[in-house]
Design a protein around this ligand. Structure first.
Ligand code: P6P
Length: 319
């Protein structure tokens, strides 16, 4: 294999050829890639330019909208509109889906800047996207996704993508302004002794979840317990670590979020597609997340995802 760096652009073009595709999906992914580089550049300077702080408005979830959220959301919408490939687009920051072009082939759901509260403390945040062939019914099951991915704005900027043939990770080389293939064909470890959850809410978790967590904390070398707890508070970062290191990430129903906090269309489904493509599992209760029929664009749900062995152990506890 040549040691010539392989860019995201070359990858999606090659992927397009192998699908005898029309190039629309390539254009869509390229536009997301381009927008992410602008967002990354602004985040890097967040402390220096007036982009921290809030807009004074609240989103659908009554969460403070940060300036960087609004900036990222507006930029993604403007750039996606220019592709002529987007039928509907839906964003965490938009109350309702937006019709862009009723004749265009794809619909896209995204969280423009997930975990943006971490910006103030220079901790990782991310952009998550999920792409479907547009059908009469806008809300389709997760397994219908054509492509999904995230951009992790961390110590380096990474673009992690699946188009249904495995998962590949690209790292931004700021010197040349291109994402280069750094994590080819990502395959999740089948087991990891890391669990990731907001322990602060543990007293309001469902009983079975509390029992499962207690089990993970008991000493037993044969099953590598107690597990380590790692929680960054931004789904993209917690899922990225789980994808690479293995283990289990959980956001259960809580007293504050009785239906779960994470959103199905633009957080759980794209992450479930990636995790599943990398050999892991993603469930809501004992159902695969990708099998769920969405009913509302901002639908929330409890999420458990990670290495196959870890999620199967959780499901045993559940039953
Ligand atoms: P908590 C960020 O606000 C987010 O939507 C996800 O990125 C993250 O996993 C979760 O919420 C964190 O929620 O309640 O632990 O702060």
């Amino acid at each position: 294999m040549s040691n010539k760096p392989f860019s995201l652009t070359e990858f999606v073009l090659q992927d397009q050829k192998s699908h005898q595709a029309t190039g629309n999906l390539t254009l869509l992914i390229e536009k997301i890639e381009y927008t992410s580089r602008i967002i990354a550049s602004h985040i890097r300077q967040a402390g220096l330019v007036d982009i921290l702080g809030t807009t004074g408005t609240k989103n659908t979830f009554k969460e403070e909208v940060k300036k960087i959220d609004e900036f990222s959301n507006r930029l993604l919408i403007e750039n996606l509109q220019q592709t002529n490939c987007v039928n509907y687009l839906a964003s965490e920051e938009l109350e309702k889906p937006m019709l862009v072009d009723k004749n265009a082939p794809y619909s896209i759901f995204f969280d423009p800047l997930d975990g943006s509260a971490n910006t103030d403390i220079n901790a990782p945040i991310g952009t998550i996207f999920s792409i479907y062939h547009h059908q009469r019914e806008l809300l389709q099951k997760g397994f219908e996704q054509v492509a999904a991915g995230y951009i992790l704005y961390g110590t380096s900027v990474m673009f992690v993508l699946t188009t249904g043939n495995g998962v590949n990770g690209f790292t931004l080389d700021p010197e040349i302004g291109s994402y280069l293939l750094s994590h080819p064909d990502i395959s999740m470890p089948s087991f990891g002794n890391i669990y990731s959850i907001n322990e602060g809410e543990s007293l309001s978790f469902p009983q079975k979840t509390q029992e499962f967590l207690s089990f993970l904390k008991q000493e037993d070398q044969a099953t590598k317990r107690p597990y380590k707890l790692r929680y960054i508070g931004a789904m993209v970062a917690d899922v990225h670590r789980t994808l690479l290191k293995g283990g289990i990430f959980l956001y259960p129903a809580t007293k504050k979020n009785p239906h779960g906090k994470l959103r199905l269309l633009y957080e759980a489904n794209p992450m479930a597609f990636l995790i599943t493509q990398a050999g892991g599992m993603a469930v809501c209760g004992n159902q695969h997340i990708l099998d769920l029929q969405p009913h509302h664009v901002h639908q929330q749900l409890p999420v458990v995802l990670g290495s196959k062995d870890n999620v199967e152990l959780y499901l045993q506890y559940l039953s």
